[in-house]
Design a protein around this ligand. Structure first.
Ligand SMILES: C[S@@+](CC[C@H](N)C(=O)[O-])C[C@H]1O[C@@H](n2cnc3c(N)ncnc32)[C@H](O)[C@@H]1O
Length: 245
């Protein structure tokens, strides 16, 4: 049924992720009782459906999102890779490159490229300046409206026409001391999402599970219905899944 040698995500892989207490939290609605990745299924599915050659994840506590995305890209079998940008400001987890490589390798993944930089620093790199297109962007760094906007706009000229952008911790304000009791701050990503909701050129959908995620995508293609990937030959126009988004 599958191509010879083709390996995909399976229940062992789900158990391996959820077996780590630190990958069961941080607001993605994970539930080890029923082997449930919560919002992780959505991230995985979007990466399988969109088949990005290049996905970017900004910020992660212990790598839940880059792991799920990298697995999906690996399962796509097209050599897709994840650029993971995180300066390790919450603690020292992402400080050591060898430990970071080994952490992802422990999940069978060699397609995550970590940059221990803020987005502000990353946009000055040769890699960013090379203009590699990005078709999936996951914004999960510093959770203020200002930084969410910065992260989004930093990649806006790199996003492909049908790119999917996800914002985590995007549905409500919340007090956080993740950067220390002496550095409390308030999550305000939802205020940036309110702005995006008012833009006629975007489709914006919230999933209010746990800390919540919001999916943002350009509207043009859905209206024009010009993308017929996945349709059976001869199928009539409006049945494309994109028309229902
Ligand atoms: C702790 S995570 C948030 C938890 C996340 N919801 C998860 O599921 O893992 C936020 C990360 O954003 C990173 N970060 C903070 N400011 C950043 C910036 N300006 N650019 C990129 N990453 C940043 C921090 O190093 C931290 O690891």
């Amino acid at each position: 049924m599958f191509a010879r040698g083709f390996v995909t995500m399976d229940s062992d892989w789900v158990a391996r992720i959820l077996g780590h207490a630190e990958l069961r939290g941080m607001g993605h609605g994970q539930r080890p009782e029923d082997a449930n990745l919560g919002l992780g299924w959505l991230y995985y599915a979007l990466a399988r459906v969109e088949r990005p050659a290049h996905a970017v994840c900004i910020g992660s506590w212990r790598g839940f999102v880059p792991i799920v995305l990298a697995q999906a890209l690996r399962d796509n079998g097209e050599g897709g890779r994840v650029t993971f940008i995180d300066p390790s400001l919450a603690d020292d987890f992402w400080i050591d490159p060898e430990r970071t490589r080994a952490w992802f390798a422990g999940f069978g993944l060699d397609n995550v490229e970590h940059h221990r930089l803020t987005t502000q620093q990353y946009i000055e790199t040769a890699e960013h300046r090379s203009s590699t297109p990005v078709s999936l962007l996951f914004v999960d760094g510093y959770h203020t409206a200002e930084q969410a906007r910065f992260d989004h706009e930093a990649f806006s000229s790199r996003l492909t026409e049908d790119a999917v952008v996800l914002f985590h911790d995007s549905i409500r304000s919340k007090n956080s001391t993740i950067y220390g009791e002496d550095h409390p701050y308030v999550h305000t990503v939802h205020l940036y999402i309110d702005e995006l909701q008012r833009r006629a050129d975007l489709q914006v959908i919230d999933f209010a599970l746990d800390s919540g995620v919001t999916i943002v995508r350009r509207r043009a293609r859905a209206i024009e219905g010009d993308d017929r990937r996945g349709q059976a030959p001869g199928a009539s126009r409006p049945s494309s899944n994109r028309d229902t988004k």
